[in-house]
Write a protein that binds this ligand. Structure first.
Ligand code: PLP
Length: 488
């Protein structure tokens, strides 16, 4: 089998097959030996040896109060972004984990202090949602959204706390979407929504966006054409993962009015809202002028993406519509996580300055990455600089052609791997092959565009929520790998 095939025995432990290898790798290695296997020890840079040398030439951070520039080693913390690719993709070493949307920064000191204080009390019994802590959390998030984003209509009576944005979205969907009904989405869109569709036994109705001057836009004609009576909700991602669009007030109004006209409820996921590039604006769906449009929506948010807290599992939703609130709460079987709530309360209470600096740093990461790729990696293409999120959406079609990714995927699909959880065959795609190629040739782990629905073809998503030094090391390595490939 070709070495690019994902599950081929590229490197095996003790000469066993890849599957056996994977299992034994998990069972036999403890955290410390795992780090040693990868050439890391706790406290050193979370970079491979190549990256460490490249990092020395990385552009410096502008002076600020908080340090986003020193790489923070997350290896050995069971991280999806760093540890998982190293384990599953058999990369040998890793320069950058750039997959799932979390950041590599230490959370703000105010959060660590609040958590440390709570840890002094060594009991973790159930928490009362109506007690002072959760109430202060609710007040804090309302204040944050009011002051920072001008959202003046969050009614604490219509505000629910949940485990994650997904659980909130799924709760609303369970009430509004009978199995087999459709969920309209402008694509490419965040892969996790397809999991929400699966969980609710609904069907994705995808409207492919257009690219205009390197920027994604909704194809309104196509979008409305798909608004058939069996579409019950539309999931909106604002700002949009993976394309980085921060929707304008006009776009959101049009989106909302069309949905209202066709009796489709808008589920607005605004989890990435704290990351907006310079010159752009986050327009909360709830601030639209048309009150009927706003009443036809539920918004889902969390401090998780913004403050390095996603593993804390705490999120929230709100609506101005009591019926939609009830319909969401009815299926929101989520419990409150004590540490999650305390972390997020501290984030909203004391994280303003940190967040402002962090968002500016991420904006610099986008600027740097966009320009770097345009100037130095001709095999990759990027459009306009993303307007929000910390994600970059990269066209990898030339790499796919050069490694013959389609044929590799076709060959692999002749003998498909079976997903142990679902029992279903996993269909490999050319994007998966490119993903694997970057992992094993540049030691950079990214997300294959395949998961992002229609429009994900020929793309990969790259997570820039990390130090610029790590990004520079990753891009240098990708540039070197592409150069070698081009001249091969
Ligand atoms: C747009 C979007 N929504 C939701 C999530 C996940 O949210 P949660 O962990 O709160 O369920 C992500 C994570 O990547 C995301 O990008």
């Amino acid at each position: 089998m070709h070495p690019l095939v994902r599950y081929a025995p590229v490197k095996t432990l003790k000469g066993t097959s890849m599957e056996t290898n994977r299992r034994s790798f998990i069972m036999e290695t403890n955290r410390r030996s795992f780090m040693m296997d990868t050439g890391m020890t706790a406290g050193v840079l979370a970079l491979g040896p190549l990256a460490a040398s490249l990092a020395a030439t990385a552009p410096a951070q502008a002076a600020g109060k908080f340090d986003f520039d020193t790489p923070y080693n997350r290896l050995g913390t069971d991280s999806v972004k760093w540890d998982q690719p190293l384990r599953e993709r058999h990369m040998g070493h890793i320069i950058a984990g750039m997959t799932t949307a979390d950041m590599d920064f230490k959370c703000p000191p105010a959060i660590t202090a609040a958590l440390a204080k709570r840890i002094q009390h060594e009991n973790w019994g159930y928490m009362d949602m109506n007690s002072p802590g959760p109430q202060a959390f609710k007040k804090g998030l309302i204040d944050w959204n009011q002051k920072r984003y001008g959202i003046n209509n969050i009614n604490p009576e219509l505000l629910g706390i949940t485990t994650g944005v997904h659980s909130g979205i799924i709760a609303t969907m369970r009430s509004l979407c009978p199995p087999g009904s459709k969920v309209l989405m402008a694509t490419p869109i965040y892969s996790g929504f397809y999991g929400d569709v699966r969980a609710t036994k609904t069907v994705a109705e995808e409207s492919l966006m257009k690219q205009v001057n390197g920027r994604y836009e909704i194809d309104w004609e196509d979008f409305e054409r798909r608004m058939t009576p069996d579409v019950k909700v539309s999931i909106l991602c604002n700002p949009q993962n993976p394309t980085g669009r921060a929707w304008t007030r006009e776009e959101l109004t049009k989106y909302g009015e069309l949905c209202l006209k066709h009796k489709i409820v808008v589920l607005s996921d605004e989890i990435h809202c704290d990351f907006i590039s310079k010159g752009q604006k986050y327009v909360p769906f709830a601030t639209l002028a048309n009150k009927d449009v706003v009443n036809n929506s539920v918004t889902y948010k969390s401090a998780s993406k913004s403050f390095s807290l996603p593993g804390m599992k705490c999120a929230w939703f709100f609506t101005t519509n009591p019926t939609l609130y009830r319909q969401t709460v009815d299926n929101n079987r989520a419990d409150l996580s004590t540490l999650g709530m305390i972390g997020m309360q501290a984030a909203y209470a004391g994280g303003q300055e940190w967040m402002t600096e962090c968002a500016a740093y991420i904006d610099g990461n986008h600027e740097f990455t966009n320009q770097y790729i345009k100037a130095n990696i001709p095999m990759l293409k990027v459009g306009a600089k993303p307007e929000g999120t910390y994600l970059a959406w990269v066209d990898i079609s030339q790499v796919a052609d050069k490694i013959n990714a389609k044929k590799l995927a076709d060959d692999m699909n002749k003998n498909p791997r079976i997903n142990a959880r679902t029992g279903m065959a996993v269909k490999a795609t050319p994007e998966d092959m490119v993903n694997f190629w970057f992992a094993t040739n540049a030691y950079v782990a990214m997300n294959s565009g395949t998961g992002y629905g229609l429009g994900g073809q020929n793309h990969m998503r790259m997570n820039l929520g990390t130090s610029r030094r790590t990004i520079k090391a990753a891009l240098d390595s990708m540039a070197a790998a592409c150069k070698k490939l081009q001249s091969a």
